[in-house]
Ligand binder design. Structure first.
Ligand code: GLU
Length: 304
């Protein structure tokens, strides 16, 4: 048994790529007899997040994807995240970082002997008290970074195979005081006892950080299956400009939710064009080893 989850950020409507990831996460969990949990990743307050959250749940239900137990909301769990941050601070694993976004971009693009592109080069790692005070006097508010010590962490992804990545000193508390995504995800996946994380492969590159953090916090590490992204008919990453790519838009075009699920299933090799298998039938057919490992290019008919 490996409990699974779907953890969308309520920043907009789910598009067919997100729905395909949700379908896969559900298939991975349910085909194994495991629980499937829903988590709302709303670390960023926004007036419309409840509306998006409702729409996400409506879409999943319309596609026939059910979930267990109450939905978890990150906005209600800050105390837990701050507890984990305190543990790291007390263990001497953190430091304040005063760098602006621009300074980080500049520093990260400068050539460093051994750092991969985009990695934080540790500018604030050894600031003296006076240097910190000077930055605070300028009105800068610090983010908190984890001292990772330049380790490389590897994993064997269920779909992508062996992968390893350098772990930089990543942010665990943002400079607005909110917990950072990587921290919240690690705390929540452990708290929800997630056995296997199924999500888009745009997050594969940050997974070594999450595994490292789970280790430092002495939390169990889940397995991972990173799902290839969906591309628009033009070969670019799927986005709004590709046309009618949300469930509501497809329905407005005359598709039923069953037809949309069927189209996703065809793209996963789980259905023939023209048939509309039920979720239960998809579960019977599901074989993780037979899943396509390359991005799915949306057929023209599904974006128009
Ligand atoms: N909330 C993230 C997203 O919507 C997903 C994070 C995860 O699955 O770990 O992209």
């Amino acid at each position: 048994m490996a409990d699974g989850r779907f953890a969308p950020s309520p920043t907009g409507a789910l598009h067919l790529g997100n729905l395909r990831t949700a379908l896969l996460a559900w298939l991975f969990a349910r085909s194994d007899g495991s629980r499937f949990l829903l988590r709302v990743e709303d670390l960023d307050p926004s007036a419309s997040r409840r509306e998006h959250e409702r729409a996400h749940q409506h879409d999943l239900a319309a596609l026939g994807l059910d979930w267990d137990g109450p939905v978890l909301r990150q906005s209600e769990r800050f105390a837990l995240y701050h507890e984990a941050i305190d543990v790291l601070v007390e263990a001497g694993r953190t430091y304040h970082c005063y760098c602006t976004r621009r300074e980080i971009a500049e520093a990260a693009s400068a050539p460093h002997d051994h750092l991969p592109e985009g990695a934080y080069p540790g500018t604030c790692r050894t600031l003296a008290r006076a240097q910190r005070a000077a930055r605070e006097a300028e009105g800068r508010r610090p983010a908190l970074r984890l001292r990772a010590g330049g380790v490389t962490v590897g994993l064997v992804d269920r779909l992508c195979g062996p992968y390893e990545g350098y772990v930089d000193d990543f942010v665990i508390r943002r400079n607005d005081g909110a917990p950072a995504y990587n921290l919240a995800v690690v705390v929540d996946d452990a708290a929800q006892r997630i056995g296997e994380v199924v999500r888009g492969d745009d997050l594969l590159a940050t997974t070594p950080r999450q595994l490292f953090l789970a280790g430092v916090l002495d939390l169990p590490a889940p397995g991972y299956a990173h799902v290839p992204l969906v591309l628009g008919p033009d070969g670019q990453r799927l986005a709004k400009r590709h046309g009618a790519v949300t469930l509501a838009e497809r329905v407005a075009h005359g598709d039923t939710p069953d037809a949309v699920r069927a189209a996703l299933a065809v793209g996963l090799g789980l259905a023939e064009p023209g048939e509309e298998p039920s979720p239960a039938t998809l579960l019977e057919r599901f074989d993780p080893d037979a899943l396509p490992r390359t991005p799915w290019v949306l057929p023209e008919a599904l974006a128009a």
